[in-house]
Design a protein around this ligand. Sequence first.
Ligand code: MD3
Ligand code: FE
Length: 221
Amino acid sequence: MKPTTLDLFADAEPEQDRRREQIGEQSYVLRGYALPWLTRLLPALETVLATAPFRQMVTPGGFTMSVALSSCGTWGWTTDRSGYRYTREDPRTGLPWPPMPEVFLQLAQAAAREAGFADFVPDSCLINRYVPGAKMSLHQDKDEKSYAAPIVSVSLGLPAMFLFGGFARSDKSQRVPLLHGDIVVWGGVDRLRYHGVLPIKDGYHPRLGKQRINFTFRTAR
Ligand code: MD3
Ligand code: FE
């Protein structure tokens, strides 16, 4: 029986179990971990997007990414014809990227700790927006100065099939479904593994509509 005081539990979404799954030597999925944070997370996201709205960027190869991006924190990841890099300013406005909201930082640090990474200090949060059909091809995250820090990723909205590969592009990938509220933490020996996201299936999420939003917290510099 669902309680009638549903509003009190709006963030608990108790149908999703909170459990920790290990997907690599130093990689964990924290199922549903972000759900209790959503009442604070979503307004903070709106604040960031008011200053730095989602936009599609062009890769060095000249392709427009299907995923739209924004960033907050000291460093924001950007791409254009001249390459991938972290910048202090949003290239669209020339203004500094919006500061990382306190609740973003707290959630990223709590999740990292849960996966065995104490003292995670992200200076960058990339915000990816996937509409149905959008995908991310297999790649490695290699634009950061050091690979010592883990990466924390928060999935919201429509489900995704995450591809978790090996150290060569041709290595077989495992498929990991990521649902609204799941957090993945990657680090240590798994930090340079290939990864990607299959095209998002059409659907409608009650909280976020026709989209998947992913936060990727990194120590860039
Ligand atoms: C796995 N984003 O922005 S989560 C990216 O869901 C990116 O939007 C995906 O890959 C997304 O670069 C995947 C983030 C992620 C980041 C780094 C990793 C997954 C990783 C490093 C190693 C293994
Ligand atoms: Fe990546």
